[in-house]
Design a binder for this molecule. Structure first.
Ligand code: FMN
Length: 336
């Protein structure tokens, strides 16, 4: 248990408790996964998948794959946007505020070439002046919290990240989530947590540390070692969406939670997506979930072969029939 987490953290005058976030993940933190995670509870805020700022003002939530939500989650949901044009980002933020989201988050971490080429995502880390302009435009457009999720930058040193953090705070950001990896590194090297400490010391707004928190002990260590105000958890939230309740509410998961969760994810996906899209999203998620098991690759292969949703349910049953051995820490071959 991490009881002091429940004291929470203040973001633009609103108390968020516990100070644990489910980090944004494209193709994964969709409305269906968020419903599943909300059933377990115990987190402070969640993020949508990243949404294009250009497309957002005319997105129809009835049909959009990413700009979609349940009304009851809005008070705890931040919509993440990507883009590089301050006016476009401000317009998108206006729509997000009018829909009733808790806040708007600006993506300064995505290093996919197509996004960086537009100067967006981690592309903004190359132009700190523009990054600050974007924050300032968004800040002026809305009164809800404005947050930024960013990475170390394009060179492996803390100074540019510290400098950027100061500029983002001065431009009006209300909180930062910092993932201390260089932009082109797709999680192959460990994140440098000492950079989180440097960023935290540089600003007086809340800083959420992020990167390879896989256990309660990791979480406590990140808080103690870096002094960060809270922690954002990505892949482990996919693998064990109940860890938030476990770490903050003393929830004790039983062995049955694994097959139950694997079936339940299919059910929630079916509520929101056409069968083909639901199954595609399920297979993407299942790789992270399978990392809970020593022979998780067998699980992933079984599900990958499923031609439809009933076949995916049967694959889950077949895997759990063998009483699979669980691994205490995630199977890193599946967790990249
Ligand atoms: C499949 C995948 C998709 C991601 N998509 C996004 C995204 O859209 N926006 C973002 O800011 N970060 C994104 N991230 C980064 C995560 O939010 C997080 O920073 C990273 O996974 C490290 O945290 P973890 O070690 O707890 O997983 C993504 C990560 C993964 C694994």
């Amino acid at each position: 248990m991490i009881p002091h987490m429940n004291r929470g953290i203040n973001i633009r005058g609103t108390k968020i408790a516990p100070a644990l976030l489910i980090a944004p993940m494209a193709g994964l933190t969709h409305v269906a996964f968020r419903e599943l995670a909300a059933e377990y509870g115990g987190y402070g805020l969640m993020f949508t998948e990243m949404c294009s700022a250009k497309a957002l003002p005319s997105e129809n939530p009835q049909v959009s794959a990413v700009f979609r939500w349940r009304a009851q989650e809005l008070p705890h949901l931040i919509c993440q946007i990507f883009g590089a044009d301050p006016d476009q980002m401000a317009r998108a933020a206006g729509r997000i505020e009018s829909e009733g989201f808790f806040g708007v988050d600006i993506n300064m971490g995505c290093s996919v070439a197509a996004i960086c080429k537009q100067g967006a995502g981690a592309g903004l880390l190359k132009e700190p002046g523009r990054a600050a302009e974007v924050v300032s435009a968004v800040r002026n457009a809305v009164s809800i919290p404005v947050t930024v999720k960013f990475r170390t930058g394009w060179q492996d040193a803390p100074e540019p990240a510290v400098d950027l953090a100061r500029r983002l705070a001065a431009a009006g950001a209300d909180a930062l989530t910092f993932h201390p990896r260089v932009a082109p590194d797709r999680r192959s090297r460990p994140p440098k947590w000492d950079y989180i400490r440097a960023v935290k010391q540089a600003v007086d707004i809340p800083v959420f540390g992020n990167g390879e928190v896989f256990s309660e002990n990791d979480c406590l260590r990140m808080l103690a070692d870096t002094g960060c105000d809270g922690v954002a958890i990505g892949r482990m939230a996919l693998a064990r969406p109940w860890i938030f309740a476990q770490w903050t509410q003393g929830f004790v998961p039983s062995a049955e939670i694994y097959p139950h969760c694997a079936h339940r994810m299919l059910d929630v996906l079916e509520k929101y997506y056409e069968p083909v899209n639901a199954l595609r999203r399920y297979k993407k998620w299942l790789v992270y979930f399978a990392a809970n098991f020593t022979y998780g690759h067998r699980f992933a292969t079984l599900v990958k072969g499923a031609a439809d949703i009933p076949a995916a349910h049967r694959a889950v049953d077949a895997f759990f029939q063998s009483d699979p051995a669980r691994s205490r820490t995630p199977n890193m071959n599946l967790f990249r």
